[in-house]
Design a protein. Structure first.
Length: 255
């Protein structure tokens, strides 16, 4: 069975057929979904999906870096309130994104560090969003020097050196649809690292794998990513599913 460790199934892209998309995921062998948080506007629908699928869905809580703005203190207060009031499997997705806008770079870095503090206090892993920001993200992580710090670089798109640096810090690599892209690049070196340090994800409704690139992504397509992983590692899709699901169960403490 496969575990989708990063899916925005609560997004409005699924408002018309969320139930059907989840049914397709189950039919495709996806045994569990883990949902990342974005900001306070998505909290209610996340909890609703969890209530509707209590055994099938797990939730994270955090403030996405592209949603760090003038109201960052209010948003961070919301994250802390949620962490104190509910059970989550991770703090995420958090991190830094300097691709779209660098206006709030300092605030992103500060929000990232504060949420890491909360993760350590709660003994939870973190799920990192990192786009055009590996240097400042590593600066924050390496500044903690805490053996309890663990997590995953979601939708990993860095270099081979970035991958090694992440693994050296006890982090997993989140592998999604990019692995199937002709210009994705990570397929050129991924098999140089142990699959025991990788998780599968879709990031749906974004980053659909080939041959669905450019269309809405969904968790049922996780099997395509697993198949590509099997090709790269010279093993079977079943073995990829077994190892990556075990990795997810260990990192997120899934029963």
């Amino acid at each position: 069975m496969l575990i989708d460790t990063h899916t925005h199934i609560y997004a409005d892209a699924f408002d018309e057929d969320r139930g059907e998309a989840i049914a397709r995921a189950i039919a495709a062998g996806v045994s569990h979904l883990i949902l990342p948080a974005i900001d306070s506007k998505t909290t209610a629908i996340m909890h609703e999906v969890k209530r509707n699928y209590p055994e099938y869905v797990s939730l994270m809580m955090g403030l996405h870096p592209t949603h760090v703005g003038l109201n960052v203190e209010e948003e961070l207060a919301h994250v802390k309130e949620q962490l104190d009031a509910h059970s989550f499997v991770a703090v995420g997705e958090i991190g830094m994104d300097l691709y779209w806008d660098k206006t709030y770079q300092r605030q992103q870095q500060d929000a990232f560090a504060r949420q890491i503090d909360w993760a350590l206090a709660a003994d939870l892993p973190i799920v990192i969003h990192c786009r055009d920001a590996f240097t400042p993200v590593f600066d924050v992580l390496e500044g903690f020097n805490d053996p309890r710090l663990r997590g995953v670089f979601h939708c990993f798109t860095g270099t081979k050196a970035d991958a090694q640096r992440a693994l050296d810090l006890n982090f997993y690599l989140g592998i999604g649809g990019v692995i199937t892209f002709k210009n994705g690049k990570i397929d050129q070196f991924l098999a140089d690292f142990p699959i025991e340090k990788m998780l599968l994800e879709t990031d749906s409704p974004y980053l659909a794998p080939t041959p669905y690139r450019g269309k809405r992504n969904e968790s049922a397509y996780l099997s395509i990513i697993a198949k590509k992983m099997a090709e790269l590692f010279g093993t079977t899709t079943a073995e990829v599913a077994r190892i990556t699901s075990k990795n997810a169960q260990q990192l997120f403490d899934l029963s």
